[in-house]
Design a protein around this ligand. Sequence first.
Ligand code: VGL
Ligand code: ZN
Length: 201
Amino acid sequence: MVDLQYDFMPGGALAVSEGNLVVPVANRLQERFDFVVASQDWHPSDHRSFAANNPGCEIGDVVDLDGIGQVMWPVHCVQESRGARLVESLDQSRIRRVFQKGTNIAIDSYSTFFDNGHRQSTGLADYLRSNGIDEVFLAGLATDYCVKFSALDASRSGFRTTLVQDGCRGVELEPGDVGRALDEMRRAGVQLLTSREVLAG
Ligand code: VGL
Ligand code: ZN
């Protein structure tokens, strides 16, 4: 379950349209799984992905950050803030572990597996493998950022990977970003299913 946090919900600092609608889907899906992990975007307030920390930059600009193109975001998911909390409507009773990411100010981390430069691992892949897991299903926010990069890394790390499409919503900075993200995942071997199909299977 990717980044089901207040700041990504409607009204939040980096609101994803209809982001609230994926929470009941995630809750229903959890009953089908015996191993549930969550990710949490967890930035220091001086994180360099925030436009406010890059003088002259506007939200949506792309700047070079240590050799990597970095989108400038509004201040969001600041450690310990309410916006960074997993939403209360999410059933958290089955979560084995929450993986926090984006904690290094100098590099963003959309994926729950690696930072954007693939320099550091969060330990998620090893954690899953050591628990005998070779297949993952993803839902959450946002389809075109954290969900996409998590799914691509999951697939590349050797997990059979399924994206639950109605369990995700995207930012769509540019119209069509979600469609392109889905294509990219499909091409990388990620299976796209609806929650209905997953729950029936
Ligand atoms: C996300 C942009 C910046 C996400 C996180 O959860 O998709 N997007 N930080
Ligand atoms: Zn972030």
